[in-house]
Structure formats: C-alpha cells, structure tokens
Design a protein. Structure first.
Length: 168
C-alpha cells in the first residue's frame, strides 16, 4: 500500500523530504483552455484590447506564475526552473454555445530531485487568468476548462502521457 508522504507521524501536513532523491532531467506540459466570444478573440487577434497585447502579456505572466508556484502551493518545493515555455492555439470556430477558445500549453523543465508538474499547471492557469483580466471589460462571460497535466517525464515515476495528448 502506498504511504501518504505528505503527512507526518501526527497526521499533519508536511513538505516531503527529497534529500535522498536523485537529480534527473524533468519535463512537464500542462494545458488550460479559455472560452470566449468570437468578437473577443477577433479583438485579441487585431490588437484591439485596450490593455495591450493580450497573448504577449499572458505569456510573460505564465512564466512568472511558474516561478512563483511554491509561494502559491503550500507543500510545493522551490526548484530551479531551467526552462518555461508558453504556447497559444487559437480556435476561432465557435462551439455549440457560440464560444471560441484559446488553448494554452505550458511546458516547464528542470534538473533536480522533484518534478515540475505544478509549475507547468500554474503557468497555464496564470496565463488563462491574465487573458481574462486583460479582456474582462469586453467579455465578462469568459471561462476556463480542461486545466490538466498533459505529460511529464523524469524521476522515479517515469513518463506519463495523457491518452488524448499528442505532443507538438
């Protein structure tokens, strides 16, 4: 049976001891989807959002979010990120509810004793929140979906790839 490593002998939360874990190259990719009105996507594409270049700012925010992950997630170890990359895929075809989408893909990398899944997921989420913040004046009905880990590699647990994920 697996041991719950985030609890001490008293049953209280603790940060896991990673002192003896091997340093390996670790990579994680996460995604988030922002659902928005077609007019909002068009304004983003044409650079007509008053706050500026939405995707450029969201990209920087995602990188900054990855770097701040241990400040936001209580039991997350501070790690030395060696790379964070944010990509956007615009989906201009409206769904059944008349919403377009921007899919955010965040990839984080490190060499160390613990993984970067939380950093990748935080990066994708912060980028999504930034899109909302920059566009809320024109589309308060935006929402997020599909925030998830797409893949990870490295470490004792090895490789994971979401069944519906094909890396680009």
């Amino acid at each position: 049976m697996d041991e719950f490593t985030h609890f001490n002998e008293s049953g209280r939360a603790r940060m896991v001891d990673i002192t003896t874990k091997d340093s390996t190259e670790r990579l994680a990719t996460a995604q988030a989807k922002v659902l928005l009105l077609p007019e909002t996507l068009e304004k983003i594409q044409r650079g007509k959002i008053a706050k500026g270049d939405v995707l450029a700012v969201a990209q920087v925010a995602g990188v900054m979010g990855a770097k701040k992950t241990p400040d936001l997630i209580p039991m997350c170890h501070p790690i030395l990120l060696t790379s964070v990359d944010i990509a956007f895929k615009e989906e201009p075809q409206p769904d059944q509810e008349g919403r377009c989408a921007i899919t955010i893909t965040a990839t984080a990398k490190t060499t160390g004793p613990t993984g970067v899944e939380m950093e990748a997921m935080t990066a994708a989420t912060v980028a999504a929140l930034t899109i909302y913040d920059m566009c809320k004046a024109v589309d308060r009905g935006m929402s997020f979906s599909d925030v998830c880990l797409m893949s990870k590699s490295g470490g004792k647990s090895g490789t994971y790839a979401r069944k519906d994920y094909v890396s680009g």
